[in-house]
Write a protein that binds this ligand. Structure first.
Ligand code: 0WD
Length: 256
């Protein structure tokens, strides 16, 4: 039985209807899960609540959580524990880099920009996993979102590629630590999708066109396709899988 009825999942990083996190939320909801949304600041609260309102029989809960603040992360999961008790998994869909660091040459990345990108995009998974693990009393799944630019050089992706490489390794070390508590940690390497964050990457349209021309499936992927893979990784369907990176990218990563 792979229904998620009676299960609760935390979804971090819904900014608007184009967010990959929203695709994940819809897949989990369709499978019967109850959802807990976290958003970076008050600025996003209204749009997250409005989106959740569109879900059938919505029972979602909402919390502010700026992942650069350890106390905020701890408090968020304490609040979630008090309000819902046990959670069964979490989707971490959070990243950030300065726009100036997502164009031109990587060699020009400032110390500030480098640390900021790693803080929000990679360390946040450590801090969130530490705070969330005690709530997964029946075991659980953690999924993060990564990109090919962490495995090889992708033009303009620059400091975010280096942060994704760190995120990939972070995911594996966490999988090793948390496996003894029956918590699995995996990543989805999504192909490029037009979102708020993607707007920051220089020449993003060119990247999309390349996928349409060259990827084995000759098309880009959707938030829904990433969402369904997250459902697989957060459900018992994937119960033997941890420390894995699954590419949901129309097969683009196999090309030399
Ligand atoms: O092509 C793409 N769009 C791809 C995205 C391809 C492969 C991977 N990804 C990754 C991104 O790198 C990111 O890790 O997917 C993840 C989600 O990104 P997205 O859906 O493309 O972008 P967006 O809709 O802009 O969501 C990014 C979230 C926002 O949501 P909320 O509602 O939580 O604010 O990251 C959030 C950002 O605000 N975010 C933060 N959340 C908490 N604390 C912070 C922060 N300090 N900074 C940014």
């Amino acid at each position: 039985n792979f229904s998620l009825k009676g299960r609760t999942y935390v979804v971090m990083g819904v900014a608007n209807k184009r967010s990959i996190a929203w695709g994940i939320a819809r897949s989990l909801h369709a499978a019967g899960a109850r959802l807990v949304f976290t958003y970076a600041s008050e600025r996003f609260e209204k749009s997250v609540r409005e989106l959740a309102d569109t879900l059938e029989d919505d029972t979602s809960l909402f919390y502010e959580c700026d992942v650069t603040d350890d106390d905020a992360v701890t408090k968020t999961f304490e609040d979630i524990k008090n309000d819902v008790g046990t959670i069964h998994g979490l989707a971490h869909c959070i990243a950030f880099a300065k726009k100036e660091d997502l164009q031109g040459e990587f060699v020009d990345t400032s110390r500030d920009g480098y640390l900021l990108a790693h803080n929000i995009s990679a360390y946040s998974l450590v801090s969130v996993a530490r705070a969330a693990a005690p709530l997964m009393t029946e075991g659980g799944g953690i999924v993060t979102l990564t990109y090919l630019g962490g495995e090889r050089v992708v033009k303009n992706y620059n400091v975010m590629g280096v942060a994704k490489a760190s995120l990939d390794a972070t995911m594996k070390y966490l999988a090793n630590d948390l496996g003894k508590d029956a918590i699995r940690v995996n990543a989805i390497s999504a192909g490029p999708i037009r979102t708020l964050s993607a707007k920051g990457v220089g020449e993003f349209s060119t990247i999309l066109k390349k996928i349409e021309a060259d990827a084995p499936l000759r098309r880009t992927v959707t938030q829904e396709e990433v969402g369904d893979t997250a459902y697989y990784l957060l459900s018992d369907l994937s119960r033997g899988v941890t420390g894995e990176i699954i590419h949901v990218d129309s097969g683009y990563n196999i090309l030399g």
